[in-house]
Design a protein around this ligand. Structure first.
Ligand code: ATP
Length: 462
């Protein structure tokens, strides 16, 4: 087999953005705010080589489908370019666009929704031939459809030709959807969760078929899936998305065996059936995925990140910084307040700091005091904070108890700062892959010293 790096790029994506719903909603109008679009895809660059199977993984809502739809021209990008076989697909003549629509196809998740219930299998599979004006003669079309049905494992084809979708099983319907994509002999197929609606027992059969078809039809695939075991099984290369950004991309095995981005680590953690290295522990991400309408500044992942970078000159531990930063976020979100403190029986600033420094993480990462208190308190003496930071936290907690949240935030913003919140990281090469994380910026890893003991292996070279 030829090596991936020797192959020609078929799809080149550069700085791609898709913002939805840029109109001003009623809440925006009432509050006099700028409209807040959904930043579904927010600056993605990716190359897909001829013959590759590339997987895009990430939690629901991170922008996978939107990216896939832009690649087949079902959505227009707000910004950025997509080149297919060297041509910019946002700037094609009619003739080029007709050719493009033959060469690029998409298979959707739901075979129950993607097929017209009133069309027979023959009409469904033959439709793209008609639309693309490809095979004029009915008999020839019928032969072509029969051939493709046999290729997708629906033989003898005569049995299926006149059937309607509701007479078929889920697996058969998805094979029809695949046949419909293949009938025009495309070069590139975007497969959006192609087996997730199918019974577990038949998924492997459909995936193996898709692998066989790749050879037979000389295809390049983009697989979109939240199922990492599928990505590992099917894809040579993978890209991990978080809130519209591509945080890591490279050979699938490397990404799974040794994830570089803290989000990738956390994502694999949630998947029990992907075999992980023995020394891997559960990642300790905190909190929920924020809204793509109002994503965090800087690195989109930093509010949840276990490896958030302390400011220059921080002399405490990285973990202590993370706790202090979470304290700041809690004040900013209004999770720490005078009323809340009162109902939790907290009456002094130190108590509020000890409460606010807790992290919502798996028990194995918690401090003894935190475990003992059921996650509601840490022992401030056991947290390795520099004196200035500790003083800032106590001052800020005092201001919170006095109802002066703005003053508290101003104190915290002066001391508890991180490069992760101020700038979106650019993807950096790291060995076989690209990682968008400030830990891989030139000079950052070296500058962290002992303050970041937990991320010792993260250097720009590894
Ligand atoms: N047509 C649309 N109009 C407005 N918002 C949209 C539209 N399509 C998607 N979105 C929003 O864009 C974001 C990304 O959605 P997208 O479907 O691309 O994510 P996904 O990773 O494919 O998720 P899933 O795995 O659930 O399909 C989500 O917040 C979604 O609600």
């Amino acid at each position: 087999m030829d090596r991936a790096e020797d192959r020609e790029p078929l799809v080149e994506i550069d700085g791609l953005r898709k913002l939805f719903d840029q109109s001003q909603g009623i809440v925006d109008t009432v509050l006099g705010r700028e409209p807040q679009p959904v930043r579904a895809v927010d600056g993605v660059s990716l190359e897909i080589n001829q013959g590759d199977i590339v997987g895009i993984a990430g939690e629901s809502g991170c922008g996978k489908t939107t990216l896939g739809k832009m690649l087949v021209k079902l959505h227009e990008p707000t910004e950025g370019t997509i080149r297919f076989d060297g041509n910019d697909i946002t700037d094609m003549t009619r003739e080029e666009e007709r050719e493009f629509r033959k060469r690029v196809q998409m298979i959707f998740q739901d075979p129950f929704e993607s097929l017209n219930p009133r069309m027979t299998v023959f009409d469904t599979v033959a439709e793209p031939l008609k639309i693309n004006d490809m095979i004029g003669d009915y008999q020839d079309r019928r032969e072509r459809v029969k051939q493709v049905l046999e290729d997708v494992g629906l033989g003898p084809a005569e049995v299926y030709l006149d059937a309607f979708p509701d007479e078929l099983s889920g697996g058969e319907r998805q094979r029809i959807a695949i046949a419909r994509a293949l009938v025009v002999d495309p070069d590139f197929i975007v497969c959006d969760e192609p087996v997730s609606m199918l019974d577990v027992s038949i998924r492997a059969g459909v995936l193996n078929l898709m692998k066989e078809l790749q050879d037979e039809y000389d295809l390049t695939y983009l697989f979109i899936s939240h199922d990492l075991s599928l990505i590992r099984y099917m894809c040579d290369r993978a890209g991990i998305m978080y809130l519209g950004n591509m945080v890591e991309q490279g050979p699938t095995d490397d990404i799974i065996d040794d994830p570089k981005h803290p989000y990738t680590e956390a994502l694999f953690d949630a998947v029990p059936d992907v075999e992980l290295g023995e020394d891997r522990r559960r990642a300790n991400a905190t909190g929920e995925v924020p809204s793509p309408r109002n994503p965090p500044s800087g690195c989109r992942y930093h509010p949840r990140c276990a490896h958030i970078i302390p400011p220059d000159g921080w002399t405490g531990s990285q973990e202590a910084f993370r706790r202090a930063y979470q304290f700041k976020l809690k004040v900013r979100r209004g999770d720490l307040s005078a009323d809340g403190a009162e109902s939790a029986g907290i009456d002094d600033a130190r108590g509020l700091v000890e409460h606010g420094l807790t992290l919502d993480i798996p028990e194995e990462y918690r401090s003894a005091a935190e475990v003992e208190s059921g996650g509601s308190r840490v022992d401030l003496r056991a947290v390795d904070l520099p004196a200035t930071a500790r003083d800032a936290l106590v001052d800020a907690a005092g201001a919170v108890l006095d109802g002066e949240t703005e003053a508290a935030l101003s104190t915290l913003d002066d001391t508890i700062t991180t490069p992760c919140e101020s700038r979106l990281p650019d993807p950096q090469p790291s060995g076989t892959r690209q990682v968008a994380c400030h830990r891989y910026d030139d000079g950052v890893a070296e500058g962290l010293g002992t303050a970041n003991a937990g991320i010792g292996s993260a250097t720009a070279e590894d």
